[in-house]
Design a protein around this ligand. Structure first.
Ligand SMILES: Cc1cc2nc3c(=O)[nH]c(=O)nc-3n(C[C@H](O)[C@H](O)[C@H](O)COP(=O)(O)OP(=O)(O)OC[C@H]3O[C@@H](n4cnc5c(N)ncnc54)[C@H](O)[C@@H]3O)c2cc1C
Length: 197
Protein backbone atom coordinates (compact mmCIF):
# COMPACT_ATOMS: atom_id res chain seq x y z
CA UNK A 1 0.00 0.00 0.00
CA UNK A 2 1.78 3.24 -1.07
CA UNK A 3 2.15 6.07 1.48
CA UNK A 4 0.02 9.02 0.43
CA UNK A 5 1.41 12.47 -0.35
CA UNK A 6 0.97 14.81 2.63
CA UNK A 7 -0.35 18.33 1.96
CA UNK A 8 1.74 20.36 4.46
CA UNK A 9 5.00 20.31 6.42
CA UNK A 10 3.23 19.18 9.59
CA UNK A 11 1.41 16.49 7.67
CA UNK A 12 4.71 15.39 6.11
CA UNK A 13 6.27 15.08 9.56
CA UNK A 14 3.25 13.12 10.79
CA UNK A 15 3.45 10.82 7.79
CA UNK A 16 7.18 10.23 8.37
CA UNK A 17 6.46 9.54 12.06
CA UNK A 18 3.87 7.04 10.94
CA UNK A 19 6.60 5.16 9.06
CA UNK A 20 9.55 5.33 11.49
CA UNK A 21 7.73 5.70 14.83
CA UNK A 22 8.64 8.05 17.70
CA UNK A 23 12.05 6.39 18.10
CA UNK A 24 12.89 7.09 14.51
CA UNK A 25 12.25 10.84 14.60
CA UNK A 26 14.11 13.57 16.49
CA UNK A 27 12.64 17.06 16.55
CA UNK A 28 13.60 20.23 18.43
CA UNK A 29 16.91 22.00 18.85
CA UNK A 30 18.10 19.97 21.86
CA UNK A 31 17.68 16.59 20.17
CA UNK A 32 18.86 17.58 16.70
CA UNK A 33 21.86 19.78 17.61
CA UNK A 34 24.41 16.95 17.39
CA UNK A 35 23.32 16.27 13.80
CA UNK A 36 23.43 19.84 12.53
CA UNK A 37 27.09 20.58 13.17
CA UNK A 38 30.06 18.97 11.43
CA UNK A 39 32.89 17.18 13.21
CA UNK A 40 35.29 20.14 12.98
CA UNK A 41 32.58 22.59 14.10
CA UNK A 42 33.11 24.71 11.03
CA UNK A 43 29.56 24.34 9.70
CA UNK A 44 26.27 24.59 11.56
CA UNK A 45 22.89 24.21 9.92
CA UNK A 46 19.29 23.71 10.95
CA UNK A 47 16.78 20.97 10.32
CA UNK A 48 13.08 20.40 10.98
CA UNK A 49 13.87 16.84 12.09
CA UNK A 50 16.37 14.00 12.08
CA UNK A 51 14.85 10.89 10.49
CA UNK A 52 16.26 7.57 11.69
CA UNK A 53 14.77 4.63 9.79
CA UNK A 54 15.37 1.14 11.17
CA UNK A 55 15.45 -0.81 7.91
CA UNK A 56 15.39 -0.60 4.11
CA UNK A 57 11.61 -0.67 3.90
CA UNK A 58 11.21 2.28 6.29
CA UNK A 59 13.92 4.19 4.44
CA UNK A 60 12.27 3.54 1.10
CA UNK A 61 8.89 4.77 2.36
CA UNK A 62 10.48 7.88 3.91
CA UNK A 63 12.26 8.70 0.65
CA UNK A 64 9.01 8.28 -1.26
CA UNK A 65 7.23 10.71 1.08
CA UNK A 66 10.06 13.29 0.91
CA UNK A 67 10.30 13.02 -2.88
CA UNK A 68 6.56 13.52 -3.27
CA UNK A 69 6.70 16.60 -1.02
CA UNK A 70 9.94 17.77 -2.72
CA UNK A 71 11.54 17.94 0.74
CA UNK A 72 15.35 17.88 0.64
CA UNK A 73 17.27 15.35 2.74
CA UNK A 74 20.90 15.14 3.83
CA UNK A 75 22.16 11.59 4.54
CA UNK A 76 24.42 11.31 7.57
CA UNK A 77 26.56 8.44 8.84
CA UNK A 78 29.02 8.93 11.69
CA UNK A 79 29.36 12.64 10.87
CA UNK A 80 33.17 12.42 10.91
CA UNK A 81 33.86 13.81 7.44
CA UNK A 82 35.71 17.06 6.94
CA UNK A 83 33.88 18.98 4.24
CA UNK A 84 30.40 19.61 5.66
CA UNK A 85 28.63 17.26 3.26
CA UNK A 86 26.64 15.68 6.10
CA UNK A 87 25.55 19.05 7.55
CA UNK A 88 22.15 20.49 6.59
CA UNK A 89 21.99 24.05 5.21
CA UNK A 90 21.34 27.05 7.44
CA UNK A 91 17.91 27.71 5.93
CA UNK A 92 16.50 24.73 7.82
CA UNK A 93 14.77 23.26 4.78
CA UNK A 94 16.46 19.84 4.75
CA UNK A 95 15.77 16.80 6.88
CA UNK A 96 18.81 14.96 8.21
CA UNK A 97 18.58 11.28 7.35
CA UNK A 98 20.62 9.38 9.92
CA UNK A 99 21.44 5.77 9.02
CA UNK A 100 22.68 4.94 12.53
CA UNK A 101 19.79 2.60 13.38
CA UNK A 102 20.40 0.53 10.27
CA UNK A 103 23.31 -1.22 11.93
CA UNK A 104 22.77 -4.91 11.26
CA UNK A 105 25.47 -7.24 10.01
CA UNK A 106 23.27 -9.29 7.71
CA UNK A 107 25.73 -11.97 6.73
CA UNK A 108 29.36 -13.04 6.91
CA UNK A 109 30.72 -15.78 4.67
CA UNK A 110 34.32 -16.79 5.47
CA UNK A 111 34.42 -19.08 2.41
CA UNK A 112 33.43 -16.31 0.00
CA UNK A 113 35.35 -13.75 2.06
CA UNK A 114 32.28 -11.51 1.92
CA UNK A 115 30.11 -9.71 4.41
CA UNK A 116 26.79 -7.94 3.95
CA UNK A 117 26.43 -4.84 6.10
CA UNK A 118 23.77 -2.20 6.58
CA UNK A 119 24.85 1.39 6.04
CA UNK A 120 24.87 2.30 9.75
CA UNK A 121 27.34 -0.37 10.89
CA UNK A 122 30.44 1.37 12.21
CA UNK A 123 33.66 0.48 10.46
CA UNK A 124 35.04 -0.80 13.77
CA UNK A 125 32.06 -3.13 14.30
CA UNK A 126 32.52 -4.44 10.75
CA UNK A 127 36.24 -5.04 11.35
CA UNK A 128 35.48 -6.87 14.61
CA UNK A 129 32.84 -9.05 12.97
CA UNK A 130 35.24 -9.98 10.18
CA UNK A 131 37.96 -10.75 12.68
CA UNK A 132 35.60 -12.95 14.75
CA UNK A 133 34.94 -14.94 11.57
CA UNK A 134 38.68 -15.37 10.97
CA UNK A 135 38.79 -12.74 8.20
CA UNK A 136 40.33 -9.31 7.69
CA UNK A 137 38.43 -6.19 6.68
CA UNK A 138 41.49 -4.13 5.79
CA UNK A 139 39.93 -0.66 5.62
CA UNK A 140 41.26 1.25 8.63
CA UNK A 141 40.95 4.95 9.52
CA UNK A 142 41.31 6.73 12.85
CA UNK A 143 37.61 7.55 12.92
CA UNK A 144 36.62 3.89 12.48
CA UNK A 145 34.85 3.70 15.86
CA UNK A 146 32.34 6.30 14.66
CA UNK A 147 32.44 6.39 10.84
CA UNK A 148 29.81 4.15 9.26
CA UNK A 149 29.84 1.88 6.23
CA UNK A 150 27.51 4.17 4.24
CA UNK A 151 29.73 7.15 5.01
CA UNK A 152 32.99 5.43 4.15
CA UNK A 153 31.55 4.31 0.81
CA UNK A 154 30.06 7.72 0.05
CA UNK A 155 33.44 9.35 0.70
CA UNK A 156 35.47 6.42 -0.69
CA UNK A 157 37.61 6.61 2.44
CA UNK A 158 41.26 5.65 2.28
CA UNK A 159 43.38 5.21 5.37
CA UNK A 160 46.22 3.14 6.70
CA UNK A 161 46.00 0.12 4.36
CA UNK A 162 45.01 1.83 1.14
CA UNK A 163 48.27 1.27 -0.74
CA UNK A 164 47.95 -2.48 -0.30
CA UNK A 165 44.17 -3.05 -0.35
CA UNK A 166 42.68 0.01 -2.06
CA UNK A 167 40.11 2.59 -0.98
CA UNK A 168 36.71 1.72 0.50
CA UNK A 169 34.99 1.22 -2.85
CA UNK A 170 37.67 -1.23 -4.00
CA UNK A 171 36.37 -3.59 -1.31
CA UNK A 172 32.74 -3.53 -2.50
CA UNK A 173 31.19 -6.25 -4.65
CA UNK A 174 27.56 -5.07 -4.61
CA UNK A 175 25.13 -2.58 -3.16
CA UNK A 176 21.49 -2.32 -2.17
CA UNK A 177 20.48 1.27 -2.88
CA UNK A 178 17.41 3.28 -1.93
CA UNK A 179 17.01 5.76 -4.78
CA UNK A 180 15.79 9.36 -4.34
CA UNK A 181 12.25 8.40 -5.37
CA UNK A 182 12.16 5.59 -2.80
CA UNK A 183 12.66 2.72 -5.22
CA UNK A 184 15.03 0.01 -3.98
CA UNK A 185 17.70 -1.08 -6.44
CA UNK A 186 19.01 -4.48 -5.51
CA UNK A 187 22.57 -4.79 -6.74
CA UNK A 188 23.81 -6.97 -3.89
CA UNK A 189 26.33 -9.33 -5.51
CA UNK A 190 28.99 -11.51 -3.95
CA UNK A 191 30.60 -12.79 -7.10
CA UNK A 192 33.95 -11.24 -7.93
CA UNK A 193 33.51 -11.91 -11.63
CA UNK A 194 30.68 -9.66 -12.82
CA UNK A 195 30.96 -8.61 -16.47
CA UNK A 196 27.35 -7.50 -16.90
CA UNK A 197 26.98 -4.27 -18.85
C1 LIG B 1 40.15 11.40 13.37
C2 LIG B 1 39.72 11.24 11.92
C3 LIG B 1 40.52 10.51 11.06
C4 LIG B 1 40.14 10.35 9.71
N1 LIG B 1 40.95 9.64 8.88
C5 LIG B 1 40.59 9.47 7.59
C6 LIG B 1 41.42 8.71 6.69
O1 LIG B 1 42.48 8.22 7.05
N2 LIG B 1 41.01 8.57 5.41
C7 LIG B 1 39.84 9.11 4.97
O2 LIG B 1 39.49 8.92 3.79
N3 LIG B 1 39.03 9.83 5.80
C8 LIG B 1 39.37 10.01 7.08
N4 LIG B 1 38.57 10.74 7.92
C9 LIG B 1 37.34 11.35 7.41
C10 LIG B 1 36.05 10.53 7.67
O3 LIG B 1 36.16 9.71 8.81
C11 LIG B 1 35.74 9.67 6.45
O4 LIG B 1 35.47 10.51 5.35
C12 LIG B 1 34.56 8.72 6.68
O5 LIG B 1 34.48 7.89 5.55
C13 LIG B 1 33.23 9.44 6.87
O6 LIG B 1 32.26 8.49 7.29
P1 LIG B 1 30.98 8.96 8.13
O7 LIG B 1 30.13 7.76 8.36
O8 LIG B 1 31.39 9.73 9.33
O9 LIG B 1 30.27 9.90 7.04
P2 LIG B 1 29.52 11.30 7.27
O10 LIG B 1 30.51 12.33 7.72
O11 LIG B 1 28.32 11.12 8.11
O12 LIG B 1 29.07 11.61 5.77
C14 LIG B 1 30.02 11.86 4.75
C15 LIG B 1 29.29 12.06 3.41
O13 LIG B 1 28.68 10.86 3.02
C16 LIG B 1 27.27 11.02 2.89
N5 LIG B 1 26.66 9.80 3.41
C17 LIG B 1 26.81 9.27 4.66
N6 LIG B 1 26.15 8.11 4.77
C18 LIG B 1 25.54 7.91 3.58
C19 LIG B 1 24.68 6.89 3.07
N7 LIG B 1 24.33 5.83 3.83
N8 LIG B 1 24.24 6.98 1.80
C20 LIG B 1 24.59 8.05 1.02
N9 LIG B 1 25.40 9.05 1.45
C21 LIG B 1 25.86 8.98 2.71
C22 LIG B 1 26.92 12.28 3.68
O14 LIG B 1 25.76 12.94 3.17
C23 LIG B 1 28.18 13.12 3.49
O15 LIG B 1 28.13 13.80 2.24
C24 LIG B 1 38.93 10.93 9.26
C25 LIG B 1 38.13 11.64 10.15
C26 LIG B 1 38.51 11.81 11.47
C27 LIG B 1 37.62 12.56 12.40
Amino acid sequence: MPDTVPPSATALLDAIRGVVGERGLLVGEADTAAYTEDWRRLYRGRTPAVIRPANTDELSRVMRLCAAARAPIVPQGGNTSMVGGATPAEDGSAFVLSLSRMARIRDIDPLDLTMTLEAGVTLKAAQNAASDAGCLLPLSISSEGTAQVGGVLATNAGGNNTVRYGNARDLVLGLEVVLPDGAVWNGLRRLRKDNTG
